[in-house]
Write a new protein. Structure first.
Length: 374
């Protein structure tokens, strides 16, 4: 069996989610906005599925909006926060290691005249609370800080950011990209103090094409899209009921024992990969399912390709980079040889120790082949 260890990019859809999607596509396919029986049945199923996802996220159902993906949620949050605070400030605080779905819309706003403060991580890949506190200004309108970094697995101080915003008295709304955190680390939006929070289904064994946006009760964000009254008029477009049903099923199927399984696998990987000559641990990660290593002197893309030929799937960073150097790893100030050989390893509940062994053996084989060619 191939060893798939790129679950931070996407996960295999679990059987429960696939069955739920098929059921809705073939039987409960009505439009929830239609007034006939099929539409009413679809609306009832939608309400039930929304409640399931809200319960797992730890928020009220009316605080939850369905989107197409994490990228849409991040973009919506950033633009909505700046629109909400447009008379109070044009300053944004964001970490330099955010996903591109955050950094790109922030850059677009900077081109339109907004000021941006980028917080650099320390060498371990964590944002320092004192740097965040120092960056806040009376005109700070938005702070965006991801909960779990998607390439390092490091936890970021989101709760502390909320406290710092309150202490400073600035009007900033707090957004967190929780795409890699949902169901992997314990949190609720209220515990974090987040005003806006983004989740994506395909990271938790639901299909691609479905995301979740939390909006704190009482906050009325402007919609990113226009054209319909769905999702309380804030996210128009006919709801993707099959994907939503699959997301709810994936939430139901996620067992509370999974994070411990992921953490044990990651620890086994960090120990087992020590057998690979020259391998360095770049980040052990705080979250249970992501770590990063490097084989200095070996180009990452070559490693990814050669491992794939051996039936092992890992990545050189976020799938959104598409072969470009990772700004996340670069922000750590790694030596050039280390930086060029970085690999991200990420786990899902289906993974076993055999997958890790296959990765170890594949890397050892690559090093032996390189030595033999010299």
């Amino acid at each position: 069996m191939p060893a798939y260890l790129d679950n931070a990019a996407t996960t295999r859809v679990c059987p429960e989610a696939a069955r739920a999607a098929l059921e809705v596509m073939t039987e409960g396919f009505g439009n929830p906005s239609s007034g006939h029986a099929a539409g009413r049945a679809a609306a009832a199923r939608l309400a039930e599925d929304r409640a399931v996802v809200a319960q797992r996220l730890g928020c009220a159902a009316e605080e939850l909006y369905f989107t197409s993906c994490g990228t849409e949620g991040d973009n919506w949050s950033i633009h909505a926060a700046m629109e909400f605070n447009k008379r109070r400030g044009r300053h944004i605080v964001v970490s330099a290691i955010e996903h591109s779905a955050v950094l790109e819309p922030v850059r677009a706003l900077a081109a339109q005249g907004c000021e941006v403060t980028y917080l650099k991580p320390d060498k371990s890949g964590r944002i320092r609370c004192e740097d965040l506190q120092a960056a806040l200004r009376p005109d700070t309108a938005l702070v965006s800080l991801m909960l779990v970094n998607n390439e390092l697995g490091t936890l970021q101080p989101v709760r502390q950011a909320a406290e710092a915003i309150r202490r400073s008295g600035c009007p900033a709304l707090l957004h967190t990209d929780a795409v890699q955190a949902f169901l992997k680390v314990p949190f609720t939006p209220a515990e974090l103090g987040a005003d806006l929070l983004t989740v994506s289904g395909h990271k938790i064994r639901a299909p691609k094409g479905i995301g979740v946006q939390y909006v704190r009760r009482g906050l009325e964000p402007s919609p990113l899209l226009l054209g319909g009254g769905q999702e309380q008029g804030r996210r128009p477009g006919t709801e993707p009921t099959a994907q939503i049903a699959a997301l709810a099923a994936a939430c139901r199927a996620w067992d509370d024992s999974f994070p411990a399984h992921l953490s044990a696998l990651k620890q086994y990987a960090l120990e087992t990969l020590a057998a690979v000559p020259g391998l360095e641990v770049v980040s052990a990660g705080d979250a249970p399912h992501i770590c990063a290593v490097s084989l200095p002197g070996y180009p990452s893309e070559m490693l990814v390709r050669d491992l794939s030929d051996q039936g092992v799937s890992v990545s050189s960073g976020s799938a959104c980079h598409k072969g470009k150097p990772s700004h996340v790893f670069a922000a750590l100030g790694l030596p050039k040889r280390t930086l060029m050989g970085v690999l991200r390893i990420s786990f899902s509940p289906e993974n076993t120790r055999a997958d890790v062994d296959a990765l170890r053996d594949g890397l050892i084989q690559i090093t032996k082949t390189r030595i033999a060619m010299r």
